[in-house]
Design a protein around this ligand. Structure first.
Ligand SMILES: Nc1ncnc2c1ncn2[C@@H]1O[C@H](COP(=O)(O)OP(=O)(O)O)[C@@H](O)[C@H]1O
Ligand SMILES: [Mg+2]
Length: 395
C-alpha cells in the first residue's frame, strides 16, 4: 500500500485528524480537505487513488459531490468511500446510487471495515465502480480542441486566447482546461499570465515520452493565479525555440486531448508542417482579425489555404479585434473581403488592455463591468456551445 494516496474530506477537524493519523500509520500518502468544494479541487488537482469522505458538507450536497467526481474524467474511476455519522437508509441509498463504492457508518467497527476495504481496493486492484454510477464510457472522448490563429502578429491573438480560456473555465469550473502556447520561436502567454517557471513546451518535449502522460500534466502544469486554467508555457526565447523537438508536439497535444476537457492552443500566425495537423483536428478555430486592409487581405489568403487543406468554414470563428483604435475597416467591409461572417467584434480598450496584460490580470477580473468583459464572457459561452455542437455532428 506504500505510495497509494488517500484524500480525506471531512469538515470535522478532530475526525479528519484521526483518520489522517490512522492512514499515515498504514503508510498511505494522505491529502486532506475541510469542505466539499475544497475536496473536489484537491481531488482533481492531485489525483488521489481513493477518497474517504464524510458526506455531510455545509457547502455542497452529498449526491452532488459524488456526481461531480463521477462525471469528471480525472475521478470517474477513483474509489470513493463515504464514512458518515448518518446511519439512515435514505442517505446510504442516495450515496450508493450516486456512485460511492462503500458507505460506512462512523463507529469502532467502521475502522475494521475500512481496513478490510482498503485491503481489497489496493491489493486486488481498484474496487469495482458500481454499475449504477453514471460513469463515462471506458474510452473517453478526446477533449475539445480550440486553436487560435491569426494571419499577422500584433492582432491580439495571445491576449484573446488567454482571456477566452479563462472565461471558458469560468463557465465550466469543473472542466479540465489547459492552454498550450505553441507560438515559435517565442511564446507570450507566460508574460500575459505572469508565469516565470521553467516548465514549458521545450523542456517538456525534451522529456522521454513515457514520462509526459496525462497525470504528469495534471500534477505539474502551473495554474497561474486568477487565470484558473493550467498552462503549458511556450518557448521562453528564440534559442530554446529553435532547439524544440518539433516531432513531439503532435504527441503532446494527443496526451492533452486524452486528459483534459478543453485544450486551447495559441498558434499565432504559424501555418507550419507541425501546426497544420493540429488545425485540421480542431473542433473550433478562433481566427483573430484586425481592421487594417493588409491583415484582412492576408487573412483571405490564409483562409483559402486552409480551405484547400480540408478545413470546413463552420469551424472558423472569426473575431474582429480593434487592437489599434477605431480607424480601419468596418465589420461588413472586412466580411466582404474575406468572404465569411465575423462572429464578434472586440472593442478597442485603449491602454487598459495593455495595463491588464502588464499586471498579469484577466480583463474580466481587472475591468469586470467593461463591455469587453461582457463580450469575453458571452463569447466563451458561445464557443463552448459551438465546439460541442460541431463535435456532435462528426460521424
Ligand atoms: N481590443 C484591444 N484593445 C486594446 N489593445 C489591445 C486589444 N487587443 C490587443 N491589444 C494589445 O495589442 C498588443 C498585441 O497583442 P497580442 O495578444 O500580443 O497579439 P498577437 O498575439 O496577435 O501578436 C498587446 O499590447 C495588447 O495589449
Ligand atoms: Mg502572440
Amino acid at each position: 500500500m506504500v505510495g497509494k494516496t488517500i484524500l480525506v474530506v471531512d469538515e470535522n477537524q478532530t475526525s479528519r485528524a484521526y483518520l489522517l493519523n490512522v492512514l499515515r500509520e498504514k503508510k498511505f500518502q494522505v491529502l486532506e480537505a475541510d469542505s466539499g468544494k475544497e475536496g473536489l479541487i484537491t481531488a482533481w488537482r492531485d489525483n488521489p487513488d481513493l477518497i474517504l469522505f464524510d458526506p455531510i458538507f455545509s457547502d455542497i450536497q452529498d449526491v452532488e459531490f459524488i456526481h461531480k467526481l463521477r462525471n469528471n474524467a480525472r475521478t470517474n474511476k477513483t474509489s470513493l468511500i463515504a464514512l458518515s455519522n448518518d446511519s439512515g437508509e435514505m442517505r446510504r441509498e442516495a450515496c450508493l446510487e450516486a456512485g460511492v463504492n462503500e458507505y460506512l457508518v462512523k463507529s469502532a467497527d467502521a475502522m475494521r471495515e475500512l481496513d478490510r476495504i482498503l485491503g481489497l481496493v489496493f491489493e486486488g486492484g481498484k474496487a469495482e465502480v458500481p454499475t449504477s454510477a453514471p460513469v463515462r464510457a471506458e474510452k473517453r472522448e478526446p477533449g475539445l480542441l480550440i486553436v487560435f490563429l491569426s494571419a499577422k502578429g500584433g492582432t491580439g491573438t495571445s491576449s484573446l486566447c488567454a482571456n477566452l480560456a479563462m472565461n471558458i473555465k469560468g463557465h465550466q469550473p469543473d472542466a479540465g482546461v489547459v492552454v498550450a502556447d505553441l507560438v515559435l520561436p517565442i511564446g507570450s502567454i507566460s508574460q500575459i499570465v505572469g508565469y516565470q517557471g521553467n516548465l514549458n513546451l521545450v523542456t517538456v518535449a525534451d522529456l522521454p515520452s513515457g514520462q509526459t502522460n496525462g497525470e504528469y500534466f495534471h500534477k505539474n502544469l502551473p495554474e497561474p493565479e486568477l487565470w484558473k486554467f493550467q498552462l503549458l508555457a511556450g518557448s521562453p526565447d528564440p534559442q530554446h525555440g529553435n532547439n524544440l523537438k518539433g516531432d513531439r508536439i503532435g504527441e503532446i497535444v494527443d496526451v492533452l486531448r486524452a486528459s483534459y476537457d478543453f485544450i486551447i492552443l495559441d498558434l499565432g500566425r504559424s501555418l507550419s508542417r507541425i501546426s497544420l495537423p493540429l488545425i485540421q483536428q480542431a473542433d473550433l478555430i478562433p481566427l483573430i482579425l484586425s481592421t487594417d486592409l493588409s491583415t484582412i487581405k492576408l487573412t483571405k489568403t490564409v483562409w483559402e489555404y486552409l480551405r484547400s487543406q480540408g478545413i470546413d468554414e463552420q469551424v472558423i470563428y472569426a473575431i474582429l479585434n480593434r487592437a489599434v483604435g477605431l480607424e480601419g475597416l468596418t465589420k461588413s467591409e472586412a466580411e466582404e473581403i474575406i468572404g465569411f461572417p465575423i462572429r464578434t467584434t472586440m472593442p478597442y480598450m485603449g491602454s487598459n488592455f495593455a495595463l491588464a496584460n502588464n499586471l498579469n490580470q484577466p480583463i474580466t477580473t481587472k475591468y469586470p463591468k467593461d463591455t469587453a468583459s461582457i463580450i469575453f464572457r458571452e463569447m466563451a459561452g458561445e464557443m463552448i456551445k459551438l465546439a460541442r455542437h460541431l463535435r456532435a455532428r462528426q460521424p
